[in-house]
Design a binder for this molecule. Sequence first.
Ligand code: PEP
Length: 248
Amino acid sequence: MGRKFVVGGNWKMNGDKNQINEIINNLKKGPLDPNVEVIIGVPAIYLSYVQSIVPDNINVAAQNCWKVAKGAFTGEISPAMIKDVGASWVILGHSERRTIFGEKDDLIAEKVAHALESGLKVIACIGETLEERESGKTEEVVFRQTKALLPAIGNNWDKVVLAYEPVWAIGTGKTASPAQAQEVHASLRNWLAKNASQEVADSVRIQYGGSVTGSSCKELGACPDIDGFLVGGASLKPEFVEIINATS
Ligand code: PEP
């Protein structure tokens, strides 16, 4: 099937120029497995700066964008602007956008559609809360969130990475077990075979995100349906290199 492992770092609202220089120098030193695609999600204000200092083997992502190219949307940035400063990816639908900023499935779908139309690649995040998991609704939630994305993605699945991030595992230090993560990834792939196509199910890369660390990455990365990680806290630390190299 040949799905290239893809590891994203989500810096969230962290970092200043000094820390950014340290992170990039550490990534430059690597060495990074050349078979892994690396994407770093940077605060909007530093996109241009980071793009100007990263080596070619690292891609830069925004952590959010709005759903039209320009206009009276104070405080927002558009895919056109992200592309204009040389970045090529955007993270959309992160659980912090969903829970803190109230973004719903349909808004996220509109953002995904516009980002793809504008030529950006998208990491689209999905995942259940603890309450939803404990009431047996994990699949229902993950399938609902993914269903909303289907018309937005259309024929652009090759420009999309899905990030399965159980909300209870994000920033909590409580990583999903490899078995828990693999189970959801496999059932999502199965759902995609029925609701998108077998080709999409076989080719789309599904990252796991939620408290991934240097010590949990190898076992998670060895699961057949886990094609990479989206990493928050640990992407700010030197161990991010170890996580990138989890499968080597
Ligand atoms: C994230 O922000 O997407 C994330 C998974 O964070 P953390 O690794 O800190 O749990």
